[in-house]
Design a protein around this ligand. Structure first.
Ligand code: 5GP
Ligand code: ZN
Length: 114
Protein backbone atom coordinates (compact mmCIF):
# COMPACT_ATOMS: atom_id res chain seq x y z
CA UNK A 1 0.00 0.00 0.00
CA UNK A 2 1.66 3.20 -1.18
CA UNK A 3 0.32 5.34 1.69
CA UNK A 4 1.38 2.90 4.43
CA UNK A 5 4.48 3.93 6.39
CA UNK A 6 5.74 0.39 6.95
CA UNK A 7 5.09 -0.64 3.32
CA UNK A 8 7.22 2.36 2.33
CA UNK A 9 10.01 1.26 4.69
CA UNK A 10 9.82 -2.27 3.24
CA UNK A 11 10.01 -0.80 -0.29
CA UNK A 12 13.12 1.17 0.71
CA UNK A 13 11.40 4.54 0.17
CA UNK A 14 11.86 5.56 3.81
CA UNK A 15 15.08 4.69 5.68
CA UNK A 16 15.07 2.46 8.74
CA UNK A 17 17.72 0.70 10.82
CA UNK A 18 17.02 -2.81 9.55
CA UNK A 19 18.50 -5.58 11.69
CA UNK A 20 17.06 -8.61 9.88
CA UNK A 21 15.00 -9.49 6.84
CA UNK A 22 13.99 -12.54 4.85
CA UNK A 23 11.31 -13.27 2.23
CA UNK A 24 8.40 -12.81 4.62
CA UNK A 25 9.37 -10.25 7.28
CA UNK A 26 11.64 -7.36 8.18
CA UNK A 27 12.86 -6.25 11.64
CA UNK A 28 14.03 -2.70 12.30
CA UNK A 29 14.68 -0.39 15.25
CA UNK A 30 11.74 1.62 16.53
CA UNK A 31 12.32 5.33 15.88
CA UNK A 32 11.13 6.18 19.41
CA UNK A 33 12.48 3.33 21.54
CA UNK A 34 10.72 2.54 24.81
CA UNK A 35 13.48 0.23 26.08
CA UNK A 36 17.21 -0.26 25.38
CA UNK A 37 16.18 -2.80 22.73
CA UNK A 38 13.00 -1.90 20.86
CA UNK A 39 12.54 -3.62 17.51
CA UNK A 40 9.52 -3.88 15.24
CA UNK A 41 8.98 -7.14 13.37
CA UNK A 42 6.87 -6.46 10.31
CA UNK A 43 5.42 -8.82 7.69
CA UNK A 44 6.31 -7.80 4.16
CA UNK A 45 2.71 -8.27 3.11
CA UNK A 46 0.30 -5.49 4.15
CA UNK A 47 -2.07 -6.64 6.92
CA UNK A 48 -3.70 -3.74 8.80
CA UNK A 49 -4.42 -5.26 12.22
CA UNK A 50 -4.59 -8.58 14.02
CA UNK A 51 -8.30 -8.58 13.14
CA UNK A 52 -7.32 -9.03 9.50
CA UNK A 53 -5.26 -12.20 9.98
CA UNK A 54 -6.44 -15.24 8.02
CA UNK A 55 -5.50 -18.94 8.31
CA UNK A 56 -3.02 -18.43 5.46
CA UNK A 57 -1.04 -16.13 7.78
CA UNK A 58 -0.49 -18.75 10.50
CA UNK A 59 3.05 -19.60 9.39
CA UNK A 60 3.91 -15.92 9.05
CA UNK A 61 2.77 -15.18 12.62
CA UNK A 62 4.84 -18.11 13.86
CA UNK A 63 7.84 -16.71 12.00
CA UNK A 64 7.37 -13.29 13.61
CA UNK A 65 7.45 -14.79 17.11
CA UNK A 66 10.29 -17.19 16.39
CA UNK A 67 12.36 -14.37 14.87
CA UNK A 68 11.60 -12.15 17.89
CA UNK A 69 12.97 -14.88 20.16
CA UNK A 70 16.05 -15.25 17.94
CA UNK A 71 16.70 -11.50 17.98
CA UNK A 72 16.24 -11.38 21.77
CA UNK A 73 18.82 -14.16 22.03
CA UNK A 74 21.15 -12.37 19.59
CA UNK A 75 21.06 -9.27 21.79
CA UNK A 76 21.64 -11.28 24.98
CA UNK A 77 18.16 -10.94 26.50
CA UNK A 78 16.80 -14.47 26.01
CA UNK A 79 17.28 -15.48 29.64
CA UNK A 80 16.91 -12.11 31.34
CA UNK A 81 13.58 -11.57 29.61
CA UNK A 82 11.77 -9.52 27.03
CA UNK A 83 8.25 -8.57 25.94
CA UNK A 84 6.48 -9.12 22.60
CA UNK A 85 3.38 -7.03 21.90
CA UNK A 86 0.87 -6.43 19.13
CA UNK A 87 -1.20 -3.28 19.71
CA UNK A 88 -4.62 -3.41 18.06
CA UNK A 89 -6.79 -0.32 17.49
CA UNK A 90 -7.34 2.71 19.69
CA UNK A 91 -7.49 1.36 23.25
CA UNK A 92 -4.17 -0.43 22.75
CA UNK A 93 -2.60 2.64 21.13
CA UNK A 94 -2.07 1.30 17.60
CA UNK A 95 -0.77 4.15 15.45
CA UNK A 96 0.57 2.35 12.37
CA UNK A 97 -2.02 0.19 10.63
CA UNK A 98 0.34 -2.45 9.28
CA UNK A 99 0.71 -5.37 11.71
CA UNK A 100 3.94 -5.23 13.71
CA UNK A 101 5.27 -7.16 16.66
CA UNK A 102 7.10 -5.00 19.20
CA UNK A 103 10.15 -6.62 20.83
CA UNK A 104 11.15 -4.78 24.02
CA UNK A 105 14.08 -5.68 26.29
CA UNK A 106 16.81 -4.28 28.47
CA UNK A 107 14.84 -2.94 31.43
CA UNK A 108 12.23 -4.16 33.88
CA UNK A 109 8.85 -3.97 32.14
CA UNK A 110 5.95 -3.38 34.49
CA UNK A 111 2.78 -5.45 34.57
CA UNK A 112 -0.04 -4.70 34.05
CA UNK A 113 0.96 -2.40 31.19
CA UNK A 114 -0.35 1.15 31.15
P1 5GP B 1 1.99 1.12 17.44
O1 5GP B 1 1.75 2.32 18.31
O2 5GP B 1 1.19 1.20 16.15
O3 5GP B 1 1.84 -0.19 18.12
O4 5GP B 1 3.53 1.19 17.05
C1 5GP B 1 4.04 1.97 16.02
C2 5GP B 1 5.50 2.14 16.30
O5 5GP B 1 6.15 2.62 15.13
C3 5GP B 1 5.79 3.16 17.40
O6 5GP B 1 6.49 2.53 18.47
C4 5GP B 1 6.61 4.24 16.70
O7 5GP B 1 7.62 4.78 17.50
C5 5GP B 1 7.15 3.51 15.49
N1 5GP B 1 7.37 4.36 14.33
C6 5GP B 1 6.55 5.35 13.87
N2 5GP B 1 7.06 5.90 12.77
C7 5GP B 1 8.25 5.27 12.53
C8 5GP B 1 9.27 5.42 11.53
O8 5GP B 1 9.18 6.24 10.60
N3 5GP B 1 10.35 4.60 11.62
C9 5GP B 1 10.48 3.69 12.63
N4 5GP B 1 11.58 2.93 12.62
N5 5GP B 1 9.54 3.50 13.58
C10 5GP B 1 8.45 4.29 13.53
ZN1 ZN C 1 1.58 -1.61 4.90
Amino acid sequence: MSNCLFCRIIAGEIPAAIVFQDDSLVAFKDINPQAPLHLLLVPKTHIATLNDLAPEHDALVGSLFRRAAALAREHGYHERGYRTVFNTHADAGQTVFHVHLHLLAGRGLTWPPG
